[in-house]
Design a protein around this ligand. Structure first.
Ligand code: FEO
Length: 392
């Protein structure tokens, strides 16, 4: 097994999960990696572990370099089990290892997850761990992605072990950005940010500012490729996403019962296209919600359509809006449309959800009975032009 080095004595010892297709509801069609790192110095340090079923992959990579019982420190940057799942086995094998975690949230998270008496060494903002010739400094990044999350910074090599931040769900045979290429990486980095980190955008802005004070030659996240050549690109993208910078782009997202709402959706999209603004259209039965959320990240307006079913929304639309609301998108305009039979209800319900998601709702009056006629289709197209002109 070939060894992957980030710097002299610093190794990637993680695992590649080629086949995962669903990561707690997020579609991972390109798989993922669980990145763990090993630092060989006077004190031998393992940064994070991997998801439990992948322990043997990690163990075999470590054993190529050092025996597990020689590990002095295990740093748990994050309690979530895709990174801590192998801790019970590692702590059994690495008998003398001290477990480093963020004070309070890391301590309680590990305690409540594993219910053991591991020797925990809690750290806080700026705590240093002397490894011999090098030292690690710990930087809490709460809520990126859990309260216990922190980054570890290897001072002498300017390596930031950034945890979930700057990651991507992307399984590849190469480990570094310049080996894989931005065209393959950025769509996955975008989707990852949109689905995992978007609710914490304000904290991202603060974290990027905080990390801006460090000299960074390598960003080693916990998923996907390691950044060593395109650090500026990913840091600038995070700064932009964190601020909620949007493009002139509208999404038309809908479901349909007897194609009436679908006709409205297509007319809206045509109006937007005629006004020369980018539009993307998604039927919620046919599309994956985490793919749509990737597009939501930088869209300026979101139009949501649903037929009325039992006085409310279609379940697919309700599910999507529930997911969207939790992600707290920034700086968006929204509108609702749909067809109904004898009584409506879906449009009002969608507007309420959009409003609760922090989206500025534009009243478009597009709630029509049964099958929309020519005039009603024209109203949809006209509103498409109106919303396009609002965002130009
Ligand atoms: Fe990759 Fe929040 O765990």
């Amino acid at each position: 097994m070939s060894k992957v080095q980030l710097a002299d004595g610093v190794y990637w010892v993680g695992a590649i999960d080629w086949n995962i297709r669903n990561f707690h509801g997020y579609s991972t069609r390109l798989g993922t990696t669980y990145n763990a790192y090993l630092i060989i110095d006077e004190k031998i340090t393992l940064i994070d572990t991997v998801k439990a079923p992948f322990y043997e992959q990690m163990r075999d990579r470590i054993k190529e370099i050092v025996a597990l019982e020689d590990i002095d420190y295990v740093v748990s940057n994050h309690v979530e089990m895709d990174h801590s799942g192998s801790l019970p086995t590692v702590m059994q094998e690495a008998k003398k290892a001290k477990l480093i975690t963020l004070e309070k949230f890391g301590e309680s998270g590990l305690g409540k997850t594993f219910h053991t008496d591991w020797p925990l060494s809690p750290v806080k903002e700026g705590s240093e761990l002397n490894l011999g010739k090098r030292k690690l400094v710990f930087i809490p990044t709460p809520m990126l992605h859990w309260p216990d999350s922190m980054c570890s910074y290897l001072v002498e090599d300017n390596i930031l072990f950034s945890m979930d931040a700057f990651g991507q769900h992307l399984a590849t045979s190469h480990r570094f950005d310049d080996e894989v290429g931005l065209d393959a990486i950025m769509p996955e980095a975008t989707k990852y940010y949109a689905n995992i980190l978007m609710p914490f955008s304000d904290l991202i802005v603060k974290a990027v500012e905080k990390l801006g004070g460090l000299k960074i030659d390598t960003i080693a996240p916990s998923h996907g490729i390691i950044w060593r050549s395109h650090i500026d690109t990913i840091v600038k993208a995070y700064a932009s996403w964190g601020k909620g910078e949007n493009k002139q782009k509208v999404l038309v997202i809908y479901d349909t019962m007897w194609k009436s709402t679908e006709k409205m959706a297509h007319a809206l999209a045509q109006g937007i296209t005629d006004a020369e603004v980018d539009v993307k259209l998604y039927n919620l039965t046919e599309s994956d919600k985490s793919d749509i959320i990737k597009e939501v990240l930088d869209a300026r307006a979101i139009l949501i359509g649903s037929p009325t079913l039992n006085n409310g929304m279609f379940p697919t639309v309700a599910g999507f809006l529930c997911y969207l609301k939790g992600l707290k998108p920034k700086g968006k305009l929204g509108a609702a449309f749909g067809s109904h039979g004898w009584a409506g209800g879906a449009v009002k319900a969608i507007e309420q959800e959009l409003s609760q998601a922090g989206i500025e709702v534009v009243d478009c009056g597009l709630s029509f009975k049964f099958v929309p006629d020519k005039d009603e289709i024209k109203k949809c197209a006209d509103f498409g032009k109106t919303i396009a002109s609002r965002i130009k």
